[in-house]
Design a protein around this ligand. Structure first.
Ligand code: C2E
Ligand code: MG
Ligand code: MG
Ligand code: MG
Length: 280
């Protein structure tokens, strides 16, 4: 990449810029074959239902183990996958793999899959998801998709119609990272949402900042009035969990409950040990 800038411009780039560009170039090149080379895998992070105190599902989170560069965080490679169009293949693989995994779990556990803005614009997405469900033999009500508002900004009407088609199939829709960005209340009114995920930054500050706590409490009340469930992200301490219970949050997710882990078969392993751990 540095070469294409021309010899005269190279002097203006520091060694760090060159390194970053070289890394980016290598990641772009290698991501194309990462799926075929078995370098991608899904980590699963549990959701705790605060009413029953039981694990009620897992979110699938993409992981890339690069042969020489090590673990590449999704925040770094998902934008690359989006820009190169690789997100379509990778996203389909993630949905299929998540459905196959969940089909092996107890039937009261759901799985959620993150969808990127680029995927939502793809006319083939709906068929792809329906096929993933059918191949896995997973009931559609056990699949949830998580979208962020970035999905909604560019093509709101298009996104609504796709989400409506998904919910028509009984797939539920969660709005991820709510409270960051613009978080228009129009989303809550116009989208077929089953769940709102309150961003980690609110959970982080709610016990030390009274205004933040007020926002969390009011968001939960507002969502409930609209028949939308609420999941709090990034719960790391027992005090945060206690507070969320008190304000009637429906579910919690975070390192306190469980970190994203590799699980091939949750039955008899993770789900039960999480359950025991939390019930004792
Ligand atoms: P997200 O969907 O909001 O996922 C939550 C992120 O917060 C995950 O980071 C998770 O590991 C982290 N996290 C969970 N609990 C805690 C906690 O208690 N404390 C802290 N500090 N962090 C916590 P991760 O796995 O690095 O994923 C980052 C983002 O990448 C995700 O945010 C999601 O937007 C995106 N992503 C991950 N997998 C996929 C995928 O399959 N498709 C798409 N389109 N995006 C994905
Ligand atoms: Mg998510
Ligand atoms: Mg999130
Ligand atoms: Mg978040």
């Amino acid at each position: 990449r540095a070469k294409t800038r021309g010899a005269s411009s190279i002097q203006f780039f520091s060694a760090n810029d060159d390194e970053a560009a070289a890394r980016r170039h290598a990641l772009e090149r290698d991501l194309a074959s990462a799926l075929a080379n078995d370098q991608l895998w899904l980590a699963f992070q549990p959701f705790l239902n605060l009413g029953s105190d039981r694990i009620c599902g897992f979110e699938a989170l993409l992981r890339w183990q690069h042969p020489t560069l090590g673990a590449i965080p999704p925040a770094e490679f998902i934008p690359i996958a989006e820009e190169t169009g690789l997100i379509h293949g990778i996203g389909h693989w993630a949905a299929k793999t998540a459905c196959l995994a969940a089909a092996q779990w107890p039937r009261d556990l759901r799985v959620s899959v993150n969808l990127s803005a680029v995927q939502l614009k793809d006319k083939a997405l709906l068929d792809g998801i329906a096929m993933a469900l059918a191949e896995a033999g997973l009931e559609p009500r056990r699949l949830e998709v998580e979208i962020t508002e970035s999905v909604l900004i560019s093509d709101f009407e298009g996104a609504i119609s796709l989400l409506q088609s998904l919910s028509f199939l009984s797939i539920t829709v969660a709005l991820d990272d709510f409270g960051t960005g613009f978080s228009s209340l129009t989303y809550l009114r116009k989208l077929p949402l089953s769940r709102l995920k309150i961003d980690r930054s609110f959970v982080l500050d709610m016990l030390t900042d009274a205004d933040c706590a007020a926002i969390v409490r009011s968001l939960i009340e507002l969502a409930h009035e609209l028949r939308i469930k609420v999941t709090a992200e990034g719960v790391e301490t027992p005090e945060q969990l206690d507070y969320l219970r008190r304000v009637r949050c429906d579910e919690a997710q975070g390192y306190l409950i469980g970190k994203p882990i590799r699980i091939d078969n949750i039955h008899g392993t993770a789900a039960e040990s999480f359950g025991q751990q939390l019930n004792t």
